[in-house]
Design a protein around this ligand. Structure first.
Ligand code: GTP
Ligand code: MG
Length: 171
């Protein structure tokens, strides 16, 4: 019998790593080079077919990465089934910030939350400062899904959300 579930997903990460761009690529298959920094948070939804009989409606909260919005984050990750923590592969500081978001989620979010780590902007490989191995090794140690993505080219963006949706335990 066909089943349809609603899952809440939150995106976290430093400002300008490309959270909104990843969500826009995923929900509308568009990319904007001059994307404005998010104020507060943005809400988007996308339906994905898991297989012939199972559909997931992702309710996506795209949070604002600027420091002044930091205290709002718990409102968005509370009760979330899944989180995507994003860093920019050309900005090592954003990888450190991603690790601190992951620690906060592991302490404060739902104990069973599924977390994916996403190293974004693979199209800028010539400016890379965080290796794929470094990202993958951290993700393995912390028990996270790991993807390197490009919101610009679309690389791995669909795969990221589909893998996440498939990993959420169905009631
Ligand atoms: P806040 O809303 O401030 O937290 O930032 P954000 O994480 O939502 O970043 P946003 O999506 O606004 O992207 C920041 C900048 O990076 C924009 O100029 C985007 O066009 C650019 N950008 C995002 N993803 C990519 C990517 O995969 N490749 C390249 N080259 N640029 C990207
Ligand atoms: Mg944004």
């Amino acid at each position: 019998r066909p089943r349809k579930l609603v899952f809440k997903v939150v995106l976290l990460g430093e400002s300008a790593v490309g959270k909104s761009s990843i969500v826009t690529r995923f929900t509308r298959d568009e990319f904007n080079q001059y994307k404005e920094s998010t104020i507060g948070a943005a809400f988007l939804t996308k339906e994905i077919a898991i297989d012939a009989s199972n559909t997931v409606n992702l309710n996506i909260w795209d949070t604002a990465g600027q420091e002044r919005y930091k205290s709002l984050a718990p409102m968005y990750y509370r009760n979330a089934e899944a989180a995507v923590v994003v860093y920019d592969i050309t900005q090592a500081a954003s990888f450190e910030r991603a690790k601190s978001w992951i620690k906060e989620l592991q302490r404060q979010a739902e104990p069973n939350i599924i977390i994916a780590l996403a190293g974004n902007k693979t199209d800028l490989a010539d400016r890379r400062t965080v290796s794929k191995e470094e990202g993958a090794a951290y993700a393995a140690t912390a028990g996270l899904l790991f993807f390197e993505t490009s919101a610009q080219s679309g690389e791995n963006v669909g795969e990221l959300f589909v893998s996440l949706a498939k990993k959420i335990p169905w009631p």
